[in-house]
Write a protein that binds this ligand. Structure first.
Ligand code: GSH
Length: 209
């Protein structure tokens, strides 16, 4: 499999963690978002949404949208499970994961922040915008996860953890105040002690600069 990815992309980071947790090997195909490579004609043919990740399967099938890729991975490689078996529990894990994937990430995406700047907002305002949405998202996320488990919903990391950890990477990057969220940073520390998360870290990617 080939994963089109960018080292700092949180959506790519989610998929890298899942591939590693499930013990799957993949080739990394870097897409330099800062250089605009997501808009190159060849790449847009693969991913019309002009974003990473894109996963190309061994038979050439192209998968886009990180959450859809994660669903495919879970369905085709069920162990270790990223979701619990019981339907209500599955919906609860997905709700936490989507708080980040659907509510926080889209409004903080590179193209959204670039649009804000093109409308006259400066870097400080852009950072304040991102940190505000992250703070609101983390507050909701914290109330949606289990209260006292080592990971978001139990004894092992799952879909919610692999959305949380990349978003916290962005939070550190932009100086978001995480003091109100010790439960989340505790989960982050436990995740980052695991080889699957460590190997997926932005700074451990071949295109990291
Ligand atoms: N909803 C998509 C979003 C993909 C996406 O936009 N990813 C970001 C990186 S985290 C990106 O490539 N941004 C490029 C841009 O905004 O120009 C997914 O989850 O795969």
């Amino acid at each position: 499999m080939r994963l089109y990815t960018y080292w700092r992309s949180t959506t790519s980071y989610r998929v890298r963690i899942a591939l590693n947790l499930k013990g799957l090997t993949f080739e990394t195909a870097p897409v330099n978002l800062v250089a605009g490579e997501q808009g190159a004609t060849d790449y847009v043919a693969l991913n019309p949404g002009r974003g990473v990740p894109t996963l190309v399967l061994e038979d050439g099938t192209v998968l886009t949208q990180s959450m859809a890729i994660l669903d495919w991975l879970e369905e085709t490689h069920p162990q270790p499970a990223l979701l619990p078996a019981e339907p209500v529990a599955r919906a609860q894990v997905r709700a936490a994961a989507l708080t980040i994937a659907a509510d926080v990430h889209p409004v903080n995406n590179l193209r959204v922040v670039a649009k804000l700047k093109s409308m006259g907002h400066g870097q400080d305002e852009a950072v304040s915008w991102m940190n505000d949405w992250m703070t609101r998202g983390f507050a909701a996320f914290e109330r949606l996860i289990a209260p006292e488990t080592p990971f978001c919903f139990g004894e092992a990391p799952g879909l919610a953890d692999l959305c949380l950890v990349p978003q916290l990477y962005n939070a550190h990057r932009w100086g978001c105040d995480l003091a109100p969220f010790p439960r989340l940073t505790g989960i982050e520390a436990r995740c980052l002690a695991l080889p699957a998360f460590k190997a997926a870290l932005p700074e451990n990617q071949p295109d990291a600069t």
